[in-house]
Design a protein around this ligand. Structure first.
Ligand code: IPD
Ligand code: CA
Ligand code: CA
Length: 276
């Protein structure tokens, strides 16, 4: 089934309400955390702010759209498996940053239609920036249209990436890619929030982003933002993006092939290949 722009507008308004409701919780807990726990691997934290923000986001989605399914980081899958409409929710993307009061984090609320990002709202509770997009309706920051950068060479680009929590367990840890692209560009940032990384590519503050080991809730909203801002989102090898793969290559477009080419060349750094 295809959805009219009226449907998508409505879903976007609901995504916005949900992201802002979660963001208000994050603003309240900022600098006030008393419950910081490790979820699984070292560094993978969850706090009372993650949980409370998720309750707010899910409350908004369920009130307006009780028939839609939800995939939320802290609650898992809610609703039937065959539902084509799934909200991918990260109530706090950048928990490590948030815990340290390093001001890069966001609430990310994205709608997948048949597994493909269609609507997204990302709210940065520190700066108060609200990024929004829906398929065919454009992308905005604080209600003003945004566009990707025009940078057309890696040498002039500023990139961002991240390192998944399993990085000590796998040779596929992104360290070699980070070195290679740092060598060839103006720099590679490690922002610590995939949602903000994608939002910044969408508004031209960054030229490209790649990462592996991601979950759908990390990128669902950001993917549609980059696409609607005129950018490109694919797998590393430029084949179609698959949200279940955990891998993403997002850019302004002109540097996409160069980035893909460099990622294909890289061999893992010996020193960081785990001993089996
Ligand atoms: C993490 C952030 C980080 C990325 C990790 C994610 P979390 O999400 O997006 O930038 O590198 O892979 O898991 O754990 O803060 O929600
Ligand atoms: Ca996340
Ligand atoms: Ca999270």
């Amino acid at each position: 089934m295809s959805y009219s722009s009226d449907h998508l507008q409505r879903f976007l308004a609901i995504a916005t309400e949900a992201a802002q409701a979660g963001g208000a919780v994050l603003q309240r807990y900022w600098g006030q955390l008393s419950d910081i726990q490790q979820k699984g691997r070292p560094g993978d934290l969850v706090t009372e702010a993650d949980k409370a923000a998720e309750v707010e986001v899910l409350g908004v989605l369920r009130r307006h759209l009780p028939d839609h399914a939800i995939l939320a980081e802290e609650s898992g899958r809610l609703g039937t498996n065959d539902n084509p409409l799934v909200w991918a929710v990260d109530p706090l993307d950048g928990t490590t940053n948030y815990t340290h009061q390093y001001p890069f984090c966001a609430v990310s609320v994205g709608l997948l239609i048949e597994g493909v990002p269609a609507v997204g709202a990302i709210f940065d509770p520190v700066r108060g920036d609200l990024f929004r997009a829906a398929r065919g309706l454009g992308a905005t920051c604080n209600r003003q249209p945004i566009r990707v950068s025009e940078t057309d060479s890696l040498a002039d680009s500023l990139l961002v990436t991240g390192f998944a929590y399993d990085r000590r367990e796998t040779a596929d840890n992104n360290y070699a890619e980070f070195c290679q692209l740092t060598h060839l560009t103006r720099g590679v940032r490690r922002g610590g929030s995939a949602a903000i990384d994608l939002a910044y590519v969408a508004c031209g503050r960054l030229d490209g982003y790649w990462e592996r080991g991601l979950s759908p809730w990390d990128v669902a909203a950001g993917v549609i933002l980059v696409q609607e801002a005129g950018g490109q989102v694919t797998a590393y090898d430029q084949s179609p993006f698959d949200i279940e793969s955990g891998r993403i290559l997002a850019s302004n477009g002109p540097i996409h092939s160069q980035l893909s080419h460099e990622l294909a060349q890289v061999k893992p750094l010996e020193r960081f290949i785990p001993k089996s």
